[in-house]
Design a protein around this ligand. Structure first.
Ligand code: CP
Length: 307
């Protein structure tokens, strides 16, 4: 029946490494002429169901499927029976009845992909659910860090920003420590839930409200977007107040060790959590993350359809 990917909590270190190794293999393969490449998902069908906006995740799942020889259909709420009140479950069951080989779901409600996976006969890939999980993002970030840093064991990553509303941060708490990475979570108290470091294995994640403390001696920093669409109330006074204290800019970048890399899952708010200049600087891996998104999702689609 294939394997769903719903949360990084469900993956052990061996499975994570095997997905990253396969993604790296695809990267090497894609450098060979197109006519020489295998198409392991030829004749298969991938259905993308996105109940929230997306550029990177939706397009890279689509490109990944096409790189593997699969066909893709894209469903969004606009123009479909969801606008007439059809529920998420009924929409998903309807599409599953058309017999795709795998369904990719992004949904604003935490836990919705797992609920669908329990009711559908085909595997479900979580493309982001509320502030809960974004497993394919965590895996592509892990691949990007492994490419930049080599062996990950003993490395330190600071994650700075709106931790409270970040499915990426939660996915990393269950992913990177399994590869030996130490995490530091940093943000203002209103955006950093008390005890969140407890999601990671004991001793592998720490929290701080000080950017200087978070960046001391790190190998890389990941900035997170302020997710206003998930904030029910204003959690800090002004963008410039946030960016002066927690944003990466020409002043605060001096706190980052020479040689440390910069990541952001995107999309980013220029001048809030990171300046445009630093996002485009040689130490930024942001576009590498996007490139690796296609490769990682190729590995995830194969795992879902062929295993
Ligand atoms: N990182 C990420 O999920 O981006 P999109 O919302 O563009 O898919």
């Amino acid at each position: 029946m294939g394997r769903s990917l719903l949360s990084t909590e469900d993956l052990d270190a061996t499975e994570i490494s095997s997905i990253l190794d396969r993604a790296a293999w695809h990267k090497r393969q894609l450098s060979t002429p197109a006519t020489d490449r295998a198409l392991p998902l030829r004749g298969r069908l991938v259905a993308n169901l996105f109940f929230e906006p997306s550029t990177r995740t939706r397009l890279s799942f689509e490109m990944a499927a096409k790189r593997l020889g699969a066909e893709v259909v894209n469903w969004t709420q606009a123009g479909t029976s969801a606008e007439k009140g059809e529920t998420t479950l009924d929409s998903a069951k309807t599409i599953a009845a058309m017999r795709p080989d795998v369904i990719v779901v992004r949904h604003p409600a935490a836990g919705e992909p797992r609920r669908l996976a329990a009711q559908l006969e085909c595997p479900v890939l979580n493309a982001g659910d509320g502030a809960h999980q974004h497993p394919s993002q965590a895996l592509l970030d892990a691949l990007t860090l492994r490419e930049a840093l080599g062996e990950l064991r003993g490395r330190v990553l600071a994650i700075v920003g709106d931790i409270a509303h970040s499915r990426v941060a939660r996915s990393h708490l269950f992913c990177l420590p399994k590869l030996g990475v130490q995490l530091r979570l940093c943000g203002p108290p209103s955006l950093l839930p008390r005890g969140i470091e407890g999601l990671a294995p004991a001793g592998t994640a720490a929290v701080t409200h000080s950017l200087a403390e978070a960046l001391r001696g790190v190998d890389a920093v990941m900035l997170l977007r302020i997710q206003k669409e998930r904030q029910g109330e204003v959690l800090y006074a002004r963008n410039n107040e946030y960016s002066e204290v927690y944003g990466l800019n020409e002043r605060t970048v001096g706190l980052l060790p020479q040689g440390a890399f910069i990541l952001h899952p995107g999309p980013f708010n220029p001048g809030v959590e990171i300046t445009q200049e630093l996002a485009a600087s040689p130490r930024s891996l942001i576009l590498k993350q996007v490139e690796n998104g296609v490769l990682t999702r190729m590995a995830i689609l194969e795992r879902a359809v062929l295993s």
